[in-house]
Write a protein of this length. Structure first.
Length: 351
């Protein structure tokens, strides 16, 4: 398997003196495939990908209309799909549950039922494939009847009570065997609270990958379809997710999460926020991941299905952009398709 190369954000190298044309001809190094490969500054490997997957309690997998090629898996089909991902060299998956309407409540208590769909999926995946990393979101939205990530009182999302529920959710997931807890709720103070609870429960090696800079984005639309939460969401998430207008604020969010014990960071969405990926990696140097979200996947797929874009090439180019921006990896619905191409011999820079 190809080893992952260390990636430095482009733009950190200083440009030295440059000889004038024709002594410098930038096209010399681009003239042949071998030289292009030799000077490539970034590479993609299957180890760069975390594969987000959807699971439901139905009898068979169901297609998601707004995410062509993505399905809500059954626990059984998920286990098989994860085996394939593992053999392609993908290091980790992230499990998202489509919770039945009957189990969604005002307080989202199904989130910390130790036998909920997420926990059952984690146990099934880890017992079949102990050596692939399993990541779980911490947020109440798959479980609330109002579709918010937190508890609502008098029309407001209440922070501190929500954190108490998130702690319980993180603990049942860690008990089920989840390796990486990924709080995506954007409540204040939840990273420290979850870290302390994990330490207290002897889950010392359970990692926290914080959705540290998560924006209030319209690019999440297809994901909410996939979870069946679009119909549920009342209002929007702007009182807890970030304003797309802000960059400096993302650095404050990240600094706080690091101070509270985050092991790894996520910037989300991806393509429209590459400046944030670059700033976060450059400023803090922690393992930093970009989430190429459902809407990004959907727009590339839709154009490809119309014959307007080349599916494979835009997929690889968009993934490479994250590496160039400084990301250590990407959460992407393209993980299996991209890893398949990389295993077929392309280094991801060729096309
Ligand atoms: C839930 C969550 C969301 C996503 C990941 N976790 C949606 C949201 O915040 O509304 C979006 C992922 C995607 O669009 O692919 N907290």
């Amino acid at each position: 398997m190809v080893k992952k190369s260390p990636s430095a954000p482009s733009g950190t190298a200083t440009t030295g003196p440059v000889a004038a044309y024709p002594r410098t001809r930038m096209r010399r190094n681009r003239a042949d495939d071998w030289t292009r490969r030799m000077v490539a500054e970034n590479v993609l490997t299957p180890a760069d990908f975390i594969w987000p997957v959807f699971v439901h309690d139905g009898a068979s997998p169901v297609a998601i209309d707004s995410m062509p090629g993505v399905e809500r898996q059954t626990v059984e089909s998920l286990v098989a799909a994860v085996g394939e991902a593992k053999s392609l060299g993908i290091p980790a998956i992230a499990i998202f549950p489509a919770t039945e309407t009957a189990l969604r409540t005002d307080d989202g208590r199904e989130a910390y039922n130790p036998d909920n769909l997420v926990c059952r999926s984690v146990r099934a995946v880890k017992s079949a494939h102990p050596d692939i990393g399993v990541m779980c979101d911490v947020a109440l939205d798959p479980f609330t009847d109002h579709g918010h990530d937190g508890l609502v009182r008098d029309g407001k999302i209440i922070n501190d009570e929500t954190v108490e529920a998130l702690i319980k959710q993180a603990l049942v997931q860690a008990d089920a065997g989840c390796d990486i807890i990924a709080p995506s709720d954007m409540m204040d103070g939840r990273i420290g609270a979850i870290r302390d609870a994990l330490e207290g429960a002897n889950h010392k090696n359970v990692r926290i990958m914080a959705y540290a800079a998560k924006y209030s984005s319209a690019f999440y639309g297809p994901f909410r379809d996939a979870l069946g939460s679009s119909g549920h969401l009342k209002g929007d998430k702007r009182t807890y997710q970030m304003d797309p207008a802000n960059g400096d604020e993302a650095l404050r969010e990240v600094a706080l999460d690091i101070a509270e014990g985050a092991d790894m960071l996520i910037v989300k969405p991806g393509m429209a926020y590459l400046d944030i990926v670059h700033r976060v990696k450059t400023e803090f140097g922690l393992p930093t991941f970009a989430y190429q979200v459902s809407g990004e996947y959907a727009m590339l797929k839709a154009a490809a299905l119309n014959g307007w874009l080349d599916d494979e090439r835009v997929m690889m180019e968009s993934l490479m952009a994250f590496k160039r921006a400084g990301a250590d990896g990407v959460l992407t619905y393209f993980a299996v398709a991209a890893a398949t191409i990389l295993n077929d011999g392309s280094n991801g820079t060729k096309k």
